[in-house]
Design a binder for this molecule. Structure first.
Ligand SMILES: NC(=O)c1ccc[n+]([C@@H]2O[C@H](COP(=O)([O-])OP(=O)(O)OC[C@H]3O[C@@H](n4cnc5c(N)ncnc54)[C@H](OP(=O)(O)O)[C@@H]3O)[C@@H](O)[C@H]2O)c1
Length: 250
């Protein structure tokens, strides 16, 4: 069966690691982010995989309907679909009272509105497709636990996790369901962790703990995490709506 991966935030960090592995294992990768990763074309050529890059700013939510149209124009009608909503932003890292509307809106749009609107449109537009359709919403321990200074990030990840649970419950009752899961990747050595470490102590009281993760080498590589996620997606019986934590897959 032809496999198509659609990955948001594929230019850096976890998204880029997933994309590189998918380019080696699947038939078609549709990568979405504001900037393109320079190595993807070369990997696609090397493995004979079709690559489509769509430049998009997920903060501009009014573009999402046309984005869905563009993606669906690219998808092979007979292909299995794996859609990874991975793009995310940690900022604003500030206590409540100092969040600021602009930064808050970006967090809500990129971390919550974009994956939810994309999921809604995809479920609708593929409801008659009788084949494997999986959507992975990249989550975080912050969806379940409060962190000082992370009100926006924790709330958007918690919201997305609940959305995934409800959508999974609903999809279990339709003839050709999409499987929607949350996947918590744990702490990884990416640009997002650099941003976390650069926050100041007043804004983020766990700052030293996160410096410690880097110094002690406890951050996982995004490549390792991507491998675990792709292994999980090979499983036939994914539980619809479930929160999968990397710690239970090690
Ligand atoms: N790193 C961790 O320790 C950790 C832990 C738990 C969960 N997570 C989650 O894992 C996912 C990936 O995180 P990461 O650490 O790989 O982050 P990262 O290194 O900061 O990369 C973020 C990705 O999101 C894209 N992105 C950000 N804003 C965007 C926008 N407005 N429009 C389109 N794309 C946008 C970026 O692409 P462009 O800049 O090119 O647009 C980039 O490819 C996120 O959902 C994050 O919340 C990370």
């Amino acid at each position: 069966m032809v496999k198509t991966f659609i990955i948001t935030g594929a230019s850096r960090g976890l998204g880029a690691a997933i994309a590189k592995q998918c380019l080696q294992k699947s038939d078609h990768c549709i990568l979405l982010s504001r900037t393109a990763h320079p190595e993807m074309v070369e990997i696609a050529d090397q493995f004979g995989t079709k690559l489509t890059f769509i430049s998009v700013d997920l903060n501009e939510i009014e573009q999402l309907t046309s984005l869905v149209n563009k993606i669906l124009e690219e998808v092979d009608e007979k292909s299995e679909i794996y859609f990874v909503n991975n793009a995310g932003v940690i900022e604003p890292i500030k206590p409540v009272g100092n969040l600021g509307q602009e930064s808050l809106e970006t967090s809500l749009r990129v971390n919550f509105m974009a994956p939810v609107v994309l999921a809604d449109a995809f479920v609708k537009r593929t409801k008659h497709w009788d084949r494997k359709k999986v959507m992975v919403n990249i989550s975080s321990g912050a969806a379940k636990n409060p962190y000082h200074g992370w009100a926006a990030y924790c709330s958007t990840k918690a919201g997305l996790e609940m959305f995934t649970r409800v959508a999974g419950l609903e999809q279990d009752k339709v003839p050709f369901p999409m499987t929607l899961i949350s996947f918590s990747p744990g702490v990884m050595d990416t640009g997002m962790q650099e941003t976390i470490r650069s926050a100041n102590e007043q804004d983020f009281s766990d700052r030293e703990k996160f410096h410690g993760y880097k110094e002690k080498g406890t951050l996982r590589s995004p490549e390792f995490v991507a491998e675990k996620l792709l292994e999980l997606l090979e499983v036939d019986e994914l539980e619809n709506g479930k929160f999968y934590d990397i710690k239970s897959l090690l």
